[in-house]
Design a protein around this ligand. Structure first.
Ligand SMILES: *[C@@H]1O[C@H](CO)[C@@H](O)[C@H](O)[C@H]1NC(C)=O
Length: 436
């Protein structure tokens, strides 16, 4: 797990720079001497708009040429251009470059302390809104409140769409996936009813996990569509967090419980297995709190970065912790297979648990690493594809878990004839050579 974790961090740093935030943003800048401040990033279509309202402007010095202080929009490519021009000495301030689009320079301000402007962005691309202060040498410090609203006008209706170009289909994507989970939950209820004699407690727990996942996606859909319409976050604020909270905790608990073989292999949990749960559940609570803070602060503040790191760390620990019970189960099953003569039965269970181990690793790897990588390499227009990829992987994981541990399949005690038993014993010998 060490390598994926490191890779993740590296990839995440890429994502920090590429995250497209879509809401109306308020930034308070207080006595700030930074040369460059990144305020927002947004994917514009051909009918993009930026509303910028600057108020309470206070400068630490007067009598300077304020053409060197102001806001501009630039794409990532043009930013490289600007950097090169600056290095080559062609320009002395990013605002002078012909590769950026000036939105407002402070010389327009005159004696006013507030300024409202609307900027039409007709070139479809992903732009960053940047504040530049080229009077650092004169030690100019700036205080102001910035409200920036970025949106695209809908082609037909002309309505405002506050979601970035690549994310505007997300409400529909989430809604569709939530429907799939509700259908799955329905199927699961039907299965549970049909096989009620072989259903264990854990199968009801699985139902709860499915329903929570569906509700969480439904809230996510509502949330995103609320942002799309209004530009501010969280239509179903509290519900949204409750469901994602419960979903996170229940999924990890489920993986641990299945991994231990609880209610399949044995009706109780060993002490060390309980300990894993006692680590994973509080960590999930922390991870969820971190997620809330991350959502609320947006990627350009200091808090965001700290909490993102907390989240990553906790998540990596949880992901590693859930693997232990599965490994213990596999070890126990291998020993049991060797000693109690019921090789075939145990081998079946062993294979099942080994498969489960691999699938959990794939699931963790895919949803944590591959999805971040996808997010960084896909064009801003197709950012939704990484969400679809993550949801498909999650869906595949749920379906696999449900199918492999469904009520009946999990009774591998039914008749196995002698030949099979011998074949299994043979296989088990080979098995010994396989090191986990
Ligand atoms: C911000 O500026 C725009 C464009 O001038 C204006 O239409 C809007 O009313 C302003 N909003 C606020 C909150 O001042």
């Amino acid at each position: 797990m060490a390598i994926p974790a490191a890779l993740r961090l590296a990839v995440l740093l890429g994502v920090v720079l590429s995250a497209a935030v879509a809401e109306i943003r308020f930034s308070e800048i207080r006595s700030d001497g930074r040369g460059i401040i990144l305020l927002d990033e947004f994917g514009f279509t051909h009918r993009g708009r930026l509303e910028l309202n600057v108020s309470g402007v206070a400068l630490s010095k007067t009598g300077l040429d304020l053409a060197g202080v102001g806001f501009f929009l630039c794409t990532r490519d043009s930013w490289f251009n600007v950097r090169k021009q600056l290095e080559d000495g062609e320009i002395t301030c990013a605002l002078q470059s012909d590769s950026v689009r000036q939105v407002l320079t402070f010389d327009k301000l005159g004696q006013k302390t507030r300024y409202d402007t609307e900027y039409k962005q007709d070139d479809a691309n992903q732009y960053a809104l940047v504040f530049a202060n080229c009077l650092q040498e004169q030690q100019l410090r700036v205080s102001m409140d910035v409200r920036s609203a970025t949106y695209n006008l809908d082609g037909k209706s002309g309505r405002r769409d506050y979601l970035s170009a690549g994310k505007t289909v997300l409400p529909r994507v989430y809604f569709l996936f939530s429907l799939i989970y509700f259908v799955l939950a329905g199927l699961w209820v039907y299965f549970l009813y049909k096989k009620r004699l072989t259903a264990f407690k854990i199968h009801f727990f699985m139902l709860a996990v499915l329903i929570l996942k569906g509700l969480n996606l439904l809230c996510e859909a509502e949330d995103k569509s609320y942002i799309k319409r209004t530009g501010s976050a969280h239509g179903w604020d509290v519900l949204f967090y409750i469901f994602s909270f419960l979903k996170g905790i229940s999924l990890f608990t489920l993986i641990v419980l299945i991994g231990t073989g609880w209610s399949f292999l044995k009706p109780y949990l060993q002490d060390k297995e309980k300990k894993v749960l006692m680590i994973v559940i509080p960590l999930q609570v922390v991870a969820n709190i971190a997620q809330v803070v991350i959502d609320e602060t947006g990627p350009f503040s200091q808090d965001w970065f700290t909490w993102k790191q907390v989240f990553l760390l906790v998540d990596v620990v949880c992901c590693c912790a859930v693997l232990f019970p599965i490994v213990w189960s596999i070890k126990n099953l291998r020993e049991a297979a060797r000693t109690d003569g019921k090789a075939a039965v145990n081998l079946m269970k062993l294979t099942l648990f080994r498969q489960y181990y691999i699938v959990v690793i794939c699931y963790i790897y895919f949803t944590r690493v591959v999805v971040y990588a996808l997010e960084t390499i896909t064009s801003y227009k197709y950012l939704w594809t990484s969400v679809v990829a993550a949801e498909l992987a999650t869906l595949a994981f749920y379906v696999f878990t449900g199918y492999k541990f469904r009520p009946e399949a999990h009774n591998p005690y039914f008749a196995i004839d002698d030949e099979e038993e011998e074949a299994a014993a043979e296989a088990l010998k080979l098995e010994d050579e396989f090191e986990l």
